[in-house]
Write a protein that binds this ligand. Structure first.
Ligand code: ATP
Length: 342
C-alpha cells in the first residue's frame, strides 16, 4: 500500500496533526500512515532533531505531512533538512479570503511560489574573530543560482497557466542585490519570453520586495501569482496570512520532481500550546493540497468546500477568528460537513 509519513512535531503541531487526521482518516483512501518523530521533544529523547528513520520514512512515502516544531538552538532544522532531503524546490502558499471570516480584505486570491532550496536559507554562516577570539563580524552567504531560479520561475509560470491565472509577478531587490537578485529577475523574464507566444493572455511584471510589502496591504486583489526567493517568500506569506484572517488559515505545499511535503505555514505557537486553541484549518487545507498532489482531486476539492462551509456558518471557529470553539470541535465539524458532501 502507498505510504504517507506524518510528523506532528512539537507544540500545536501535535494538536493540529491530531485534528487533521480526524478529517483525513474519515476518507475512503488507501494509504498507510507512518508516524515519525522530529523536533525539540524528539531531540530531548533521541539526541537528534530529525532521526535517520524519519528521513527514510519520508523518502519512501508518496507524501509527508508535517505539523510544526520548536526550534532547538545549535541543532539542524528538521523542516529545512526535509526540504533538502526530499528536493522539494517549490513552496506554494495560497492566500485566499473566506466568506464569513472577519479579515482585513475580501476577495483576495493569490498564490505565493517561493524558491525553497537556496537564498538566505542556504544556512552558510560564519564568524570573523579578532586576535583575542572576540566575534567581530558575522557573515551569511546568500546563494542564488540561475538553475534554481529558472526552475522556480518556470514552475510558477506553469502553475499560473494550470490555475487559469492571468498575471504573474516576480518579487526581488535587484536594484541593491544586483548579482543575486539580478539572476533571479533575469531568469523570470527568460521564462516569460520562452512562453509568451503560447500564452499571450499572461501579464508579467516585477516589483521590489519593499514595494510589494506595501502593495499587499493597499491592493492585494491585484496579485494572482507571486514568484520570489526563499526569505522574501517566507515574509510575504505571513503578511498574506494577515490579510485573510491569520496564520490559522494558511496552508502550504513543498513540491519536488518526485516528492511532496505539506505543512501549515504557522509554527509551534508556544503561547497557545496545550490549550485546544489552535485553529486546525491551515492543517486541514494542507491535507487538501497533499491530496491534490496525490491525484485525489475529488477529496481535495470536497475538503476545501467543507472548510468554506464551516467558516461561512461561523458557529464552530477558534478564538483567533473570534469564536470559542476548541481545535477538535472545528475538526469534527469539518469532518461532519465533509461526510454530507461526499
Ligand atoms: P515559526 O518561526 O516557527 O514559523 P512563528 O514565529 O511564525 O513560528 P507561530 O508559532 O506561527 O510563530 O505563531 C505566531 C502567532 O500566531 C502566535 O501568536 C500564535 O499563537 C498564532 N498562531 C499560529 N498558528 C496558529 C493557529 N493554528 N491557530 C491560532 N493561532 C495561531
Amino acid at each position: 500500500m502507498k505510504k504517507i509519513t506524518t510528523i506532528a512535531g512539537d507544540g500545536i503541531g501535535k494538536e493540529v496533526m491530531e485534528a487533521g487526521m480526524i478529517v483525513l482518516e474519515s476518507l475512503d483512501l488507501n494509504y498507510d500512515f507512518i508516524e515519525s518523530k522530529a523536533g525539540y521533544e524528539c531531540f530531548q529523547k533521541c539526541g537528534t532533531t530529525i532521526p535517520e528513520e524519519t528521513l527514510k520514512n519520508a523518502r519512501k512515502s508518496s507524501a509527508t505531512l508535517f505539523g510544526a516544531i520548536d526550534s532547538t538552538p545549535g541543532e539542524k532544522s528538521p523542516i529545512i533538512t526535509l526540504r533538502k532531503e526530499l528536493e522539494v524546490f517549490a513552496n506554494l502558499r495560497p492566500i485566499k479570503s473566506f466568506e464569513g471570516v472577519n479579515s482585513l480584505f475580501k476577495n483576495v486570491d493569490f498564490l505565493i511560489v517561493r524558491e525553497n532550496t537556496e537564498g538566505l536559507y542556504s544556512q552558510i554562516e560564519s564568524f570573523e574573530k579578532s586576535e583575542n577570539g572576540k566575534v567581530t563580524k558575522s557573515i551569511a552567504k546568500r546563494i542564488i543560482t540561475q538553475k534554481a531560479s529558472m526552475k522556480i520561475c518556470e514552475f510558477a509560470y506553469k502553475k499560473a497557466i494550470e490555475n487559469k491565472k492571468k498575471k504573474i509577478t516576480c518579487v526581488h531587490k535587484a536594484n541593491v542585490l544586483k548579482k543575486t537578485d539580478g539572476i533571479f529577475k533575469d531568469s523570470f523574464y527568460n521564462i516569460i519570453n520562452k512562453y509568451s507566444q503560447e500564452n499571450p493572455q499572461i501579464i508579467a511584471n516585477d516589483y521590489y520586495i519593499d514595494a510589494t510589502a506595501m502593495y499587499l496591504i493597499t491592493k492585494p486583489q491585484e496579485f494572482e501569482v507571486i514568484v520570489t526567493s526563499n526569505l522574501y517568500g517566507d515574509i510575504l506569506s505571513d503578511e498574506g496570512a494577515g490579510l485573510i484572517g491569520g496564520l490559522g488559515l494558511s496552508p502550504s505545499a513543498n513540491i519536488g520532481d518526485k516528492n511532496g511535503l505539506f505543512e501549515p505555514v504557522h509554527g509551534s505557537a508556544p503561547d497557545i500550546e496545550g490549550k485546544g486553541l489552535a485553529n486546525p484549518v491551515a492543517m486541514v487545507l494542507s491535507i487538501s493540497m497533499m491530496l491534490e498532489f496525490l491525484k485525489e482531486e475529488y477529496y481535495a476539492n470536497k475538503i476545501n468546500l467543507a472548510v468554506e462551509n464551516v467558516l461561512k456558518k461561523g458557529k464552530t471557529i477558534t478564538p483567533d477568528l473570534g469564536g470559542t470553539s476548541k481545535t477538535m470541535d472545528v475538526a469534527i465539524s469539518i469532518k461532519d460537513e465533509l461526510e454530507k458532501l461526499i
